[in-house]
Design a protein around this ligand. Structure first.
Ligand code: MN
Length: 318
């Protein structure tokens, strides 16, 4: 089962924005996702962090997992590893991922559901394909987004939000040709279910060939579009954007895009934290000392659990 679908003609429509007089955000940069291996060796495409992480603030990382058709025995995941200081947001479009953590939280994420894990002061968790997917193989397609926590919330206790596919706020574009699933934040006054510490907006849209998708966007948020599949154009300047590419937008009041083929995009942005970032693998804090403390706490077992974890890769040096 893919991400939630609906007849767009039955959904609330986004308001039509006048093409000539709207302050459309221009495309500032297009980034090609690079391939990286995670966990036990499953491939992800990672549009950021790239050369300029500040552009993505308050987001830290976006991993596009698949789409891949696993054969029997091929599916892999990320066994026990720690996190501290941010949130992992896992959205599964096809297939499933099973999460477990040292506080007893977790669950099976599938069919358009999102699991929002606030690591806060620290957890150990494992992210694995369920046994039947490993045994039989099958389609696997999802996304993991890392959202930074403001300095004041880094020590918050760990928390889960399980967002089912049908909890997302479903909308249609003004021309009825795009299905918008708001996972968190606000689009033209329509609110998604995700509760966030940092103001953000995060949505997944499926845009029919030729359809246009446009909506207002807060002026103080950054704005990015990542293509999961298909091709289209973004901005009033109609910059081409295809699978595996990320567009970063400049200033303005609204976003516009149009599909060339059937096009699946993530649109995300938030209020930049503008705080110092110290990151090492699975820990994202404000200072180098806090990273050293996190490694020490992890090694001493103070992040919980009695499993046999290892510190994962996820880039970046101390
Ligand atoms: Mn993880």
């Amino acid at each position: 089962m893919p991400a939630v679908t609906a007849d767009t003609l039955t959904l609330p429509r986004l308001p039509e924005l006048p093409a000539a007089t709207t302050a459309w955000r221009p495309v500032r940069k297009v980034v090609q996702a690079r391939k990286s291996l995670e966990g036990e060796g499953f491939q992800v495409r990672r549009p950021f962090p790239g050369v300029d992480l500040a552009l993505a603030d308050p987001f830290l990382l976006l991993d596009h997992m698949g789409a891949v058709e696993y054969g029997p025995g091929e599916a892999k995941g990320a066994p026990w590893h720690p996190h501290r200081g941010f949130e992992t947001v896992t959205y599964m479009i096809d297939g499933a991922f099973e999460h477990q953590d040292s506080t007893g939280g977790g669950g099976l994420i599938k069919d358009g559901a999102t699991q929002w894990m606030t690591a806060g002061s620290g957890v150990l968790h494992s992210e694995l394909p369920p046994q039947d997917l490993v045994a039989k193989g099958g389609l696997f397609h999802g996304v993991q987004l890392w959202v930074n926590l403001p300095k004041a919330a880094k020590w918050t206790p760990p928390r889960y939000q399980d967002i089912k596919a049908h909890d997302t706020k479903l909308l249609s574009s003004d021309d009825g040709g795009a299905l918008v699933r708001v996972i968190a934040g606000d689009v033209a006054g329509y609110q998604g279910p995700g509760m966030t510490y940092t103001p953000i907006t995060y949505l997944h849209a499926t845009v029919a060939p030729g359809a246009r998708l446009a909506f207002p966007w807060p002026e103080d948020f950054n704005a990015m579009v990542y293509v999961l599949s298909g091709r289209g154009v973004v901005g009033a300047e109609q910059r081409p954007l295809e699978e595996g590419q990320l567009a970063v937008f400049g200033h303005g009041k609204a976003l516009t895009m149009q599909a060339a083929t059937e096009w699946d995009v993530l649109v995300l942005g938030g209020l930049p934290l503008n705080e110092p970032v110290a990151r090492y693998g699975p820990f994202v804090m404000n200072t180098r000392q806090e990273i050293l403390d996190a490694i020490e706490d992890f090694q001493a077992g103070r992040l919980g659990g009695t499993h046999v974890p290892h510190v994962g890769s996820a880039d970046e040096e101390l």
